[in-house]
Write a protein that binds this ligand. Structure first.
Ligand code: XMP
Length: 558
């Protein structure tokens, strides 16, 4: 960011489907065509105070927005091409210019509408954003002799406003190969490093600031403090963005919008759809109709547990569609992973539409779409053809379903949705569940998916989960699960030679699913899991442990 090293984000979310590697299958109820009519529209629920994050293509843009929201101020990401008129209309309390992959002196480097600098709205430029301010305000940016990547010591030269309450030096995270050679008129240096004589600057009269490092990443000490200083000290925001207020406003809006009509929601038991169900149920009670499709590819007791929680405990209107036969019938003889995913996505849409049509007066379809999903449909360049791109999960619920979308979390990050879930009383078993792929166990039974093989995997998987939970590691790792391999090996049980299946165990740590490392589970725990599987699961005589990281492997095997 700020000088060619940051590759264009390989677009941020924790899933690879829809990016040419894998497709379909995932969170299929999100498969509704949606259009982003305006990339800069601020949602009706947005509070009066908003900080706009102008996206120049950094992989950290979302992080900036999240950090600000963590400080209880609403923030929104907009393409850098936003016009001065649009900003005037939104009336943000401050603007943050993100990092980006290019150098400001590159041909075609993204620039800001210069009028924006004259609005009098406080601006903070981060990395490329800082260099951009410098370049557009008649300073000088050049390639530096000493590039800085990773942890660097920052010396604070002036600890007023932006750096108030900061020690004289902090460790910060740098990723740049350009540097400020000459400050624009009216700007002063407020921090430096050993290699960069100007690592942060300020024009206090115009409330324009820039930092060469990334305050949004955890590796920058007191980074959150720096962002808080900007939004509270400089922009004058108050910490008012809280999830309980969001719930109150959204519940009111949903109630008004839905009236006497009905809302359909595909419940998967995952966090997003579960919290969406809770929120909408709070707003309209029995007018919400949840549909849970049992595709026969779920883990042991999963359908029963969803039913118990939502129907039994929360008394929701929940229809469980038993479609195991449809899915397994269509998967018969199929071994190609992509084909499996396609079939599952397609079948889901069919089953879901069939069921929806039977719900009279249904006028809305609710989905747990999150803000990152929405942002990923936009391009940082904000070009006209990019803006009207469809969501990466878009598949094919037919248009004739004629349902209006309700997406209460379109503006929220996952942690915010979890906070709402907690506030609404959703148990940790759902809120802190490890991710589970839409195509379910079908992509963990390698080769053909049959009833028998699913049963073996389900039993083995159950034992992995039980033991990982017992060891207190379930919430510590990203995912822990079993895979059934399509080979048999020789073993010996009692005096008998056996020729049975092999189960692999996969346990990974990750922050977002984009990259992952295998977890060094204690050998004793691995021993217990292997023993239990071989002894208790009929048809398995060997257990192996997957010690590959992502990349080059993926988390799932298919
Ligand atoms: P991979 O295997 O691509 O997985 O490293 C990254 C994360 O995404 C999950 N995953 C999916 N989730 N539908 C989903 O909803 C899918 O088709 C899908 N494929 C993978 C996977 O479990 C991991 O957490």
């Amino acid at each position: 960011m700020g000088g060619k090293k940051e590759k264009m984000p390989f677009k941020r979310a924790g899933r690879t489907f829809g990016k040419g590697i894998r497709s379909g299958g995932g969170a299929p109820f999100k498969k509704m065509r949606m259009r982003l009519t305006s990339s800069v529209k601020v949602h009706k629920t947005h509070p009066k105070e908003v900080i706009l994050v102008l996206d120049f293509g950094s992989q950290y843009t979302q992080l900036i927005a999240r950090r600000i929201r963590e400080s209880k101020v609403y923030s929104k990401i907009v393409p850098y091409k936003i016009t001065v008129e649009e900003i005037r209309e939104i009336k943000p309390k401050g603007l943050i210019l993100s990092g980006g992959p290019l150098s400001v002196y590159d041909r075609g480097a993204p620039m800001l509408d210069k009028e924006i600098f004259k609005l009098g709205i406080p601006i903070l430029g981060v990395c490329y954003g800082m260099q951009l301010i410098c370049a557009q305000c008649a300073g000088k940016v050049e390639a530096s002799k000493e590039r800085e990547f990773g942890r660097v010591e920052l010396f604070v030269d002036n600890n007023k406003d932006l750096f108030v309450n900061l020690p004289a030096n902090i460790t910060c995270w740098m990723s740049h190969s350009d540097e400020i050679k000459k400050l624009p008129a009216g700007f002063v240096r407020i921090a430096h490093t050993l290699n960069a004589s100007i690592a942060a600057f300020a024009n206090r009269a115009r409330k324009i600031y820039g930092v060469q490092f990334h305050p949004e990443v955890v590796h920058t000490q007191r980074g959150t403090q720096i962002l808080s200083n900007f939004i509270f000290q400089i922009c004058g925001c108050l910490p008012r963005w809280t999830m309980d207020k969001f719930v109150d406003t959204t519940v009111k809006q949903i109630k008004e919008r839905v009236g006497q009509k009905k809302v359909i929601l595909g419940l998967s038991g995952g966090v997003d759809s579960s919290v969406a169900a809770m929120l909408i149920h709070k707003a309209i009670g029995q007018k919400l109709h949840c549909i849970f499709v049992d595709n026969g590819l779920l883990r042991k007791n999963e359908a029963a547990s969803v039913q118990k929680t939502f129907q039994g405990h929360f008394h929701m209107n929940l229809a469980v569609v038993h479609a195991q036969k449809n899915f397994l019938g269509r998967l018969k003889g199929v071994t190609d992973p992509e084909e499996k995913r396609k079939i599952i996505g397609d079948e889901f849409a069919k089953v879901f539409v069939d069921k929806s049509k039977k719900i009279k007066d249904a006028a809305f379809l609710a989905q747990g779409t999150l803000y990152p999903d929405v942002i990923e449909s936009q391009s940082p360049t904000g070009g006209p053809s990019d803006v009207i791109k469809t969501h990466h999960n878009v598949g094919g619920l037919p248009k004739n379903l004629k349902l209006e979308l309700i997406e209460p979390f379109r503006e929220l990050f996952k942690d915010e949705v979890r906070t709402i879930g907690k506030y609404l009383g959703l148990p940790d078993t759902i809120l802190k569940r490890q991710p589970f792929p839409g195509p379910g166990l079908a992509i963990r039974v390698i080769g053909e998916v049959t009833d028998d093989r699913l049963e073996i995997l389900r039993e083995a998987d159950e034992r992995v989960l039980e033991e990982v939970k017992k060891a207190g590691l379930y919430h510590e790792v990203w995912q822990s699960f079993a895979i059934l391999l399509p080979i048999k090996t020789v073993g010996v049980m009692g005096d008998q030679r056996t020729y049975e299946n092999v189960v692999a165990i996969r346990c990974v740590s990750s922050v977002d699913g984009m990259t992952a490392d295998w977890v060094k589970l204690p050998p004793e725990l691995l021993g217990v899991i292997a023993n239990r599987i071989v002894n208790e699961v009929k048809g398995v005589n060997r257990v192996v442990y997957d010690i590959s990281s992502k990349p080059p492997s993926t988390i799932e095997w298919e």
